[in-house]
Design a binder for this molecule. Structure first.
Ligand SMILES: [Zn+2]
Ligand SMILES: [Zn+2]
Length: 193
């Protein structure tokens, strides 16, 4: 009897730590500005255009250096990009935004082919324009956003959500369903370009 009670208590304590204490411990670092996760805004634009000019393969003339701001996150492009110069700033922004959505948790961009998490519930979900798959919020896999790689469920594509497993389970869901440990590579898939 006491054994059952103490095991029960340990499980409840572990759950309380996982869902109440641990997220609360993480919160201050998220708001403190020390982490890499920027605060999402609604700004989507070409920023910091340089003085120099060049003509891009899309046919438009534009600055020979620029960055993009996507919902408050700065996207830089390397020297190789500006040497190959496939798209001017405006065309690149259009290309990047096509088929993209926003993370339901942090509000930052989720691009075509990015790995994603699915959340059925959670604090602050849906605060930003969100996408739902079978009633579950689509979230990004950024280190400071997704609480665990176990939420990795598939990839976001321009055709919609592509589940990792035929069952549609997340990694954790698949472990519970099959009883087998699951090993997968959770980084972004290689982009063609
Ligand atoms: Zn262009
Ligand atoms: Zn996120």
């Amino acid at each position: 009897m006491w054994l059952i009670l103490s095991v029960g208590f340990l499980i409840i304590a572990a759950l309380a730590f996982r869902f109440a204490v641990w997220p609360a411990l993480r919160k201050p670092s998220l708001d403190g500005g020390l982490q890499s996760l920027p605060k999402a805004t609604d700004r989507v634009e070409v920023i910091d255009r340089s003085e120099g000019r060049q003509v891009y393969a899309c046919g438009h003339e534009d600055a020979d250096r620029f960055d993009l701001e996507l919902y408050g996150e700065r996207q830089r492009f390397n020297d190789a990009y500006f040497k190959d110069k496939p798209y001017c700033g405006d065309c690149l922004l259009k290309f990047v935004m096509e088929g993209s959505i926003r993370c339901a948790a942090c509000g930052l961009i989720i691009r075509d082919d990015d790995p994603v998490a699915l959340y059925s519930s959670g604090d602050g979900l849906g605060r930003y324009p969100s996408t739902l798959v079978d009633g579950q919020y689509v979230g990004c896999m950024r280190w400071d956003c997704c609480p665990s790689g176990g939420f990795f469920s598939g990839h976001w594509t321009s055709q919609g959500f592509k589940p990792l497993f035929a069952s549609g389970n997340s990694v954790v869901g698949e472990v519970f369903a099959t009883g087998e440990p699951v090993f997968i590579q959770s980084g972004p898939k290689d982009r063609e370009s």
